[in-house]
Write a protein that binds this ligand. Structure first.
Ligand code: CMP
Length: 299
């Protein structure tokens, strides 16, 4: 046992308190690959109950790897550190020399040893050259355990970084963190459309967004700014404004934390300075005037 521990490169179970500080690495992949991985995870009995955000984070963090025909991907009895999704080719699963099954693209394997901290329960061999996506134990466990309290503490950290929220007492911030909902967007997706009604406020938890405003229906949208993690938008809604004053679209993949006006007002009693963002400070009046011209054009 001592020898095994000494030679194992694998981290054992993680201390949950470390999980907020582990940086997860994203690997770029095509939309087809993303969908294949997501479907594979949702079809796997041990993974399908993960929440949507966790599934998307696993998809983001999986890295590509290839194994040649005839090679062993997983050896029964070994310590295992990777969970795989098969993208191309075929594998065979055997246990004590007996064939259990073959697997085609779109299947997860190698999850048991990582989920249950046990040795590999079967051998997996490549029947053809295969292409795989893989995630290591540390990344996987980090994502699995970033639920409940850990998520709450991450949200709280993010809320504290929003300047307008810094004046709110800790217990109020904590209640706001409880009601935040995670939403996910893909490249170019509209998060907010100018002119639409809405009563939600967004804080960017991952990625970047682009803010544009159209002075009139006949003009091209004017670029206002890009916003990134820790910045927010949709704040007019928290101040009682129902009609969106600008459009916000995702630049790449974006995760936002969302709260609606009723919950926010109920918990905080409102904020005085929530609309004093830097990009609005000097020209807010001119923009709001331009906006009322825009809306009068629409009516
Ligand atoms: P793990 O034990 O980490 O490594 C071997 C993998 O083979 C295991 O995870 C499962 O993904 C897969 N496996 C084990 N038993 C079976 C089975 N009876 N049918 C299909 N796949 C299996």
């Amino acid at each position: 046992r001592t020898k095994r521990q000494a030679i194992s490169a694998e981290p054992t179970a993680l201390d949950p308190s470390q999980l907020t500080h582990i940086t997860l690495t994203n690997y770029s992949k095509s939309e087809e690959s993303r969908e294949l991985i997501q479907r594979a995870l949702l079809e796997n009995d041990f993974m399908k109950h993960l929440d949507h955000g966790q599934i998307l984070t696993i998809v983001d963090c999986m890295h590509p790897t290839r194994v040649a025909r005839g090679c062993c991907v997983i050896q029964e009895g070994d310590d295992g550190s990777l969970v795989y999704v098969l993208e191309e080719g075929k594998v065979e699963v055997t246990k004590a020399g007996t064939k259990l099954c073959t697997m085609d693209p779109g299947k997860v394997f190698g999850e048991l040893a990582v989920l249950y901290n046990c040795t590999r329960t079967a051998t997996v061999t490549a029947l053809t050259d295969i292409k795989l996506w893989a995630i290591d134990r540390q990344g996987f466990q980090t994502i699995m355990m970033r639920t409940g309290l850990i998520k709450q503490s991450l949200y709280l950290e993010l809320l504290r970084s929003v300047p307008s929220f810094q004046s709110l007492p800790e217990d109020v911030l904590s209640k706001v963190a409880d009601v935040l909902e995670e939403t996910h967007y893909s490249e170019s997706e509209y998060i907010i459309r100018q002119g639409a009604t809405g009563d939600t406020f967004f804080i960017i938890s991952q990625g970047q967004v682009r803010v544009t405003r159209q002075k009139s229906t006949s003009e091209e949208p004017e670029f206002l700014t890009t916003l990134t993690r820790g910045e927010w938008f949709g704040e007019q809604a928290l101040k009682g404004e129902d009609v969106r004053t600008a459009s916000v679209t995702a630049l790449g993949r974006v995760t936002c934390l969302v709260v609606d006006r009723e919950s926010f007002m109920h918990l905080t009693g409102g904020l005085d300075d929530v609309n004093s963002k830097p990009y609005e400070s000097d020209d807010i009046k001119a923009k709001l005037e331009a906006e009322s011209v825009f809306f009068s054009c629409l009516s």
